[in-house]
Write a protein that binds this ligand. Structure first.
Ligand code: UD1
Ligand code: CA
Length: 455
């Protein structure tokens, strides 16, 4: 039996109070809808149709070829949204899995289990449900005294005895493709919200004696829907815990999982230790035997193995094996550090290459620079890379020694093995092996303090 999926993602998400469309809000570093799509793909569905609405271009740009797209111009309800997939699924004879774009925690196994149960029971419709202690906000699953699913009532339409029902609709369904769009066309908007509810299709089939089933999830946290920012935080917390468990079970020590934030997109090698208050975000990759944190942030950054990062921020950069960063370093995008590089306390780097074994131990700004191997950059060194109009490059050759408190006024080249005198403002190239000094000669005034004290 063929299986297609429709992901509903056209809703405005009014309750988010945001200018960003709801399904693009991120959970653990990935848009909600992307989590949903990945789960649907991993459940083995090949044909995926995504229903988009306003700001649909942004959704399509993010997801590209992961799905086919159809548009719902007016948000008239979830049944109406599914109806928009009709032209794409015309003549499709298989089963249709329907998932909402705002349930980012669904696991692929749950989706394939639902479809499997649907197929083996030969149902017209099978709905995924959960038993919740607090069912508030969700549609309730109403069963007959015999236990057969009769209908789903939305919270806003529910009678008091229906509100007490704890079995809720997860918003995930498997439908028999044949006859699906005809059934949808028969639904009406005579409800509290004046919308075409997809949930009404359950009652529609049940009333006609068609087989309708329900499959309850084992783990009710999986179906958490995100409608507002509080639910977004709940989803984030659940997924964060899941990501941390994956990371820990793969051999990473996380000292305090309650205070460690790792995006679902991150990979971390064995025997790395993560200290509290650390954020590892985006497409970051960490090698083996690293020590990260406390209080560090890595964003879209690649670390080799045996790297330490302490109380520092590293963004959009690549760091070789054995590097030592921080405490209190700020590595901005576009940096490439070789092996065994030291970037110490209160150092800022931007768009800079540092060769193997180079050290920038303290209090420096190095930007737009190309620095060779085994260079020592003394405390307080500043590359003056910006003249108010354009940025210029500083080049420093292998083995050079930059004296403390040097200003390197770019564009500038300091040759291999060259030195600069402490406190110099270097404006001209320093040839290889030379010493560049640019500062006033010192004079000493004898007996100065004694003379100063005289009345
Ligand atoms: C829906 C279900 C509810 C269920 C809950 C599970 C209906 C009527 N209710 O309620 O029973 O418990 O999900 O999370 O289906 N969408 C569109 N076009 C629209 C309206 C919605 O594409 O016109 C999309 C939204 O982008 C969203 C999804 O459908 O991804 C669900 O819509 P939402 O408004 O969040 O429904 P709920 O009120 O949560
Ligand atoms: Ca919802």
């Amino acid at each position: 039996m063929q299986l297609a999926a429709v992901v509903l993602a056209a809703g405005k998400g009014t309750r988010m109070k945001s200018t960003t469309v709801k399904v693009l809000h991120q959970v653990c570093g990935k848009a909600m809808v992307e989590h949903v799509l990945t789960a649907v793909q991993d459940a083995g569905v090949q044909k995926i149709v995504l229903v988009v609405g306003q700001q649909g271009e942004q959704v399509m740009e993010l997801l590209g070829g992961m799905a086919e797209y159809t548009r719902q111009d007016e948000q008239l309800g979830t049944a109406h949204a599914l109806m928009q997939a009709r032209p794409v699924l015309e003549g499709f004879k298989g089963d249709v899995l329907v998932v909402c774009g705002d349930t980012p925690l669904l696991r692929p196994q749950t989706l394939s289990e639902l479809c499997h149960r649907h197929r083996t029971s030969n149902n017209a419709a099978t709905v995924l449900t959960a038993i919740l202690d607090d069912p508030a906000g969700y549609g309730r699953v109403i069963r007959s005294t015999g236990g057969m699913v009769q209908k789903i009532v939305e919270q806003k339409d529910a009678a008091p005895d229906e509100l007490a029902v704890q079995e809720i609709n997860a918003g995930v369904y498997c439908f028999r493709g044949v006859g699906l769009f005809e059934a949808l066309a028969a639904l009406r908007t005579d409800n509290a919200q004046g919308e075409y509810y997809l949930t009404d299709i359950i009652g529609y089939y049940a009333d006609r004696g068609e087989p309708v089933g329900a499959v309850a999830v084992n783990d009710p946290t999986e179906i958490a829907g995100v409608n507002d920012r509080c639910q977004l935080a709940t989803a984030e917390k659940i997924l964060r815990r899941r990501v941390l468990e994956r990371v820990m079970l793969s051999g990473v020590t996380v000292l305090d999982p309650e205070n460690t934030y790792i995006d679902s997109t991150v990979e971390i090698g064995m025997d790395t230790v993560i200290y509290p208050f650390t954020f590892v975000e985006g497409k970051s990759k960490i090698g083996e035997n690293c020590i990260i944190g406390p209080s560090s942030r890595l964003l879209n950054t690649n670390l080799g193995s045996h790297v330490t990062v302490q109380n520092s921020v590293v963004m959009g950069s690549s760091v070789g094996d054995g590097c030592n960063i921080g405490p209190f370093a700020y590595v901005r995008p576009g940096c490439v550090l070789g092996r065994e590089v030291k970037v110490g306390d209160f150092v800022e780097l931007k768009k800079t290459f540092l060769g193997d074994g180079t050290k920038v131990p303290h209090l420096s700004y190095v930007g737009d620079s190309d620095v060779g191997k085994s260079v020592n950059i003394g405390a307080g060194t500043i590359t003056c890379n910006y003249d108010g109009e354009k940025k210029s490059v500083t080049r420093i050759g292998d083995g050079a020694f930059i004296g403390s408190n040097t200003n390197l006024v770019a564009p500038l080249e300091v040759g291999a093995g060259a030195f600069t005198g402490a406190g110099s403002t270097i404006t001209r190239d320093v040839p290889p092996g030379a010493l560049g000094v640019a500062r006033d000669k010192q004079k000493n005034i004898a007996d100065w303090s004694a003379r100063k004290k005289r009345p």
